[in-house]
Design a protein around this ligand. Sequence first.
Ligand code: ATP
Length: 366
Amino acid sequence: KRRIGVLTSGGDAPGMNGAVRAVVRMAIHYGCEAYAIYEGYDGLVKGGDMIKEMHWEDVRGFLSEGGTLIGTARCAEFRERPGRLQAAKNMIIKGIDALVICGGDGSLTGADTLRAEWQGLLKELVEKKELTEEQIKPFTHLNIVGLVGSIDNDLSMTDATIGCYSSLARICEAVDSVDTTATSHQRAFVIEVMGRHCGWLALMAGVSTGADFIFIPEEPPSENWQEEMCHVIKKHRAMGKRKTIVIVAEGAHDRELNKITPNMVKDLLTNQAGLDTRVTTLGHVQRGGTPSAYDRMLSTLQGVEAVRAVLDATPETPSPVICIIENKIVRRPLLEAIAQTKEVATAIEAKDFDRAMELRDAEFAE
Ligand code: ATP
């Protein structure tokens, strides 16, 4: 019987449990055994009890739970070859030669590195007499399949990552709550949302709540943004608006890459626009809570596809990542998706914002 491992890694995202549930149940449906690896790559490196067989009923109730019930961690050891050697050994001991990873681009890169090194790692384990030739014989290739779990919607080649719509809904609820008090007191609120190289959450939250101004990393504001923002906001006030909402992505900066912080915006609104202004940092509230219906559906459909991709894989197939493009669940080469994602970050760091926006536009034009 084929044994498929599933783990969640990097920052938690609502919907990760739905992905684990779908992978476990689909693996069982196809006559395989499913194993949960607890605490991300930590569990793979530590082995033993951290890798547990999962039965159908073990994932009961997972669909509606937020976060990740099998845990996640940042694992420094897995970044180094000795950590991955230990991980390979633990996998062979448990008989696992296929992994479905739900995480961000870092987690998926790590998984593909393990696959690329696999044969070399097994050889080394035999040379070091940690395993025998007999033990490694059935495990010539490692299959990796990626699922993107991230609230930021920051992976290229997919329209939505698992968790982003739950997070967006939570942000909208929070902004709606702030709205009522802002309107009552005619106040301005500066709201910081997550997103380091990706302004999707800020942009979509701005659209969904009718914010007055937003700051995103891919498209910084004009050089005289201070005057521009105050002008727009004063204009909105002159039209009778009783509240002001400005949304700032965590990674917002000006065209010289100087960080634009919520407090900077607050000072401007207070001193130049004359508004009673408060800052609200949503922080981890954006990650928490139950997954939205969309994330339950997305994680389930993608988990199902991940198991199919494992079973279809040949040694020649590049590791796939399961995406959604124009409402269809599709496979894309994992390394290409990561390379394209990194290209956006590189363009931003090089202050080539036209390129960053061109890449973002291309993602949605596919
Ligand atoms: P998020 O989007 O939430 O940051 P992520 O998956 O990108 O998610 P990382 O902290 O980058 O989060 O990665 C999670 C874990 O994956 C790391 O702690 C490490 O164990 C592993 N990992 C990340 N990058 C690599 C790499 N280049 N090589 C090997 N392992 C890696």
